[in-house]
Design a protein around this ligand. Sequence first.
Ligand SMILES: Cc1cc2nc3c(=O)[nH]c(=O)nc-3n(C[C@H](O)[C@H](O)[C@H](O)COP(=O)(O)OP(=O)(O)OC[C@H]3O[C@@H](n4cnc5c(N)ncnc54)[C@H](O)[C@@H]3O)c2cc1C
Length: 341
Amino acid sequence: MISHKEPRQIEQFINKQEKLANHCSYGIGGRAEYFASPRSITELVELLRYCSQQGLEYTIFGIGSNVLFSDQPSANIMYVSLKELLQFDVKDNEWFVSAGIPMSMLALAGELIQSEDFQFTHLLPGSFGAGIYMNAKYYHGQIGDVISRVYYLDMAEPSLEIKSIPVEECKYGYKQSIFQEKPWIVLGADITVEDYPSLSETEIESILERYMLMKDNKSNLMQFHAFFSGEMKRLSQPETPIFIQEIEEYRSKNKHFINHSCGSYFKNNYDIGQSIGALVDHLQMKGTTYGGAMISPHHGNMLINVNDATAGDILHLQRIISEAIYKEYGFIPEPEVQIIK
Ligand SMILES: Cc1cc2nc3c(=O)[nH]c(=O)nc-3n(C[C@H](O)[C@H](O)[C@H](O)COP(=O)(O)OP(=O)(O)OC[C@H]3O[C@@H](n4cnc5c(N)ncnc54)[C@H](O)[C@@H]3O)c2cc1C
């Protein structure tokens, strides 16, 4: 069940002239006239009503690890981050996990009950809500496989009542879901954990309290890595599971938490039989720079902000990669990153 925290007055959680660069892993984005991060569903609903009364558009995001914000955000848009929507309820073998909870928290919860089912989320940047929206995946694990029911607001309905949908109807595929087709805001989901001991609510709450101390650094990849790596090491003593060790090694090798990036920039095109990273490698484009942006020398599908890049610099690299791939392989790669005006 979804409970609501004591709501604040709307003026208390709308910030003016907020730098969007501080709310995404890219560290790119100009000042937003309106920015808000509601802490409860009641606050979110209040905010959406306020936008409609004031004639403001809104854009929803989570921790900002898959977005490219504009250098000049629109003055008529309320930028809404759900990263403070933090709730993790446990009732027997049912969990309700809210949209703002980082996906990597699931790996910690799994470790607490000695389940391997959530290990793939270890160090997977981003919020659970966005993971549900994108069907975030790592190796053989994907978010659509671990949830049972999703709660959402349907923005096409003025009543803004909380609705829910079972996972079987969520149309999950490779980085696809029904949530990308509808004007819905994901609030969270139920997870059923069978055949394991109950998760201790006290333990998960104390991890969550420590996470909340990160305050404004929740979108910073280095801080994210330090926090979740540290918590996992503590929980998995004396021996860290092999898959967790492999994730640590893979992400360190590819410098995931040193560079400012959004992870993979393009979706893979499986018809081609090779990843976009491999194609960029064949085209010898790794290490190409433009302005403050670079095609990562370690991974051809990562466009990184190395020196105060602008959104324009990143979009330029996107263009030259797309043109080169089209010329050589005959298709235009589809960006995975969400480009926000
Ligand atoms: C270093 C690095 C490595 C990565 N590795 C992986 C990986 O292995 N696998 C993978 O799948 N992804 C990976 N990513 C991408 C990212 O982790 C996922 O896309 C994640 O789901 C983004 O979560 P977020 O909260 O940061 O989303 P945001 O970037 O904040 O939002 C992205 C979009 O999701 C939508 N959205 C967000 N929240 C909601 C909501 N509650 N309701 C409705 N729509 C919503 C919005 O359209 C928004 O624009 C990586 C990113 C980085 C930086």
